[in-house]
Design a protein around this ligand. Structure first.
Ligand code: SF4
Length: 358
């Protein structure tokens, strides 16, 4: 049985430590580090990968998703779309007292139950509804813009006609997970047993708190997460003890390394990036325009919902588009007040959230 240890490298501290552990335990020939390039990364990530290759004397395989075929079939779909279905807003129906809900019944008069076994309230259509199909104007607009750009993140969003969100985090699936799994399955098809090394820590997030150290996926695929019990400080200490420098982004206020922005970026991160690397929000603002052209409703924003944006903006688009979100990130107290201190905060030195500045 020939084993290949496929280490997913992201350019961050955890994956760098994971790669170090793999190199300490197994032969160099059996280790295959991979990097799934989203196309939404900071230049420092690519430079750090070059540094890792030099420092650890190992080649990192760069993988990139390609959506040319999906975009081609989406173009055909839009051009041919002739649907006439209308979509209506609905309102719940109450008895004459205005309080008692009227229950929904099927053709035999039985009360309809939802998946939890609870009765469903009757609803009625309101308004004139709207056509679900692409209008000719929207078709012309989308077909003019919908061409592969060669950037995986942008192409994915153009194909979907929207940006990913916390609830629909298709970026991770399509740009990272699927690409890595395909690569591993190819190795298995070549006769290797694959151990997928992942730099995941339980204390990173609620979702990861139950992460297992070892998993048998089946079909010759195993998952190993050597860092599950480690803290961020352990990771930095481990790399430092072996003279491996962290990604310089950590010294510039970033708590994580990867997409810039990530759709899950916090308010402080949004502000920090806008101040230090304004070219990234500027690029994403351009992407918003392009993806909007490819969207049926004519607009799409990178950040979907910012709860405490102030004022009463005229539309969801103007409320969530990049420049509004950047403005909001510079405010304090729920977005209602600009902070003079934050305006004066010019980044000159290390502001790492991990205390990397000794
Ligand atoms: S979740 Fe964030 S880091 Fe991951 S692919 Fe999406 S935008 Fe990038």
């Amino acid at each position: 049985m020939t084993i290949r240890h496929v280490v997913s490298v992201s350019g961050g501290k955890d994956s760098a430590a994971t790669l170090l552990i793999a190199l300490e335990r197994f032969s160099r020939e059996s280790i295959v580090p991979i990097f799934c390039d989203t196309g939404n990364e900071h230049q420092a990530v690519y430079e750090y990968l070059d540094y890792l290759e030099l420092a650890l004397d190992i080649k990192i395989t760069r993988l990139k998703a390609n959506f040319d075929a999906e975009i081609a079939s989406k173009r055909t779909f839009i051009a041919r779309d002739r649907r006439t279905r209308r979509e209506y807003d609905t309102v719940p129906v109450f008895e004459a007292d205005g309080k008692t809900p009227v229950l929904k019944r099927d053709g035999r008069g039985q009360v309809v139950l939802n998946k939890k076994g609870e009765p469903v309230q009757k609803e009625r259509k309101t308004g004139g509804g709207r056509l679900v199909r692409w209008t000719n104007k929207a078709k012309r607009r989308a077909l003019a813009a919908l061409h592969p750009s060669g950037n995986p993140f942008l192409d994915l969003c153009m194909w979907k006609g929207r940006f990913p969100s916390r609830k629909a985090q298709f970026c991770t699936e399509q740009l990272k997970r699927d690409i890595a799994v395909s690569f591993q399955l190819e190795l298995i098809a070549q006769g290797y047993t694959v151990v997928s090394w992942q730099g995941v820590r339980r204390d990173e997030s609620v979702k990861r708190r139950d992460a297992l150290k070892f998993e048998v996926v089946g079909g010759g695929l195993y998952i190993y997460r050597p860092l599950v019990e480690w803290s961020a400080a352990d990771v930095f200490a481990y790399c430092t003890a072996r003279n491996l420098q962290p990604n310089p982004l950590y010294r510039q206020g970033m708590t994580r390394v990867g997409c810039m922005y990530c759709i899950n970026a916090r308010k402080e991160e949004i502000r920090e990036v806008a101040v230090r690397f304004p070219e990234h929000p500027a690029r994403l603002a351009k992407w918003e325009e392009i993806v909007s052209q490819c969207s049926k409703r004519g607009f799409s924003t990178f950040f979907h919902k910012v709860d405490d944006l102030s004022g009463s903006p005229p539309s969801i688009y103007s409320r969530c588009k990049m420049e509004t979100v950047i403005e909001w990130s510079r405010t304090t107290r729920g977005g209602k007040q600009f902070s003079l201190l934050e305006q004066l905060d010019v980044p000159t030195a290390c502001s790492s959230a991990y205390g990397l500045c000794e």
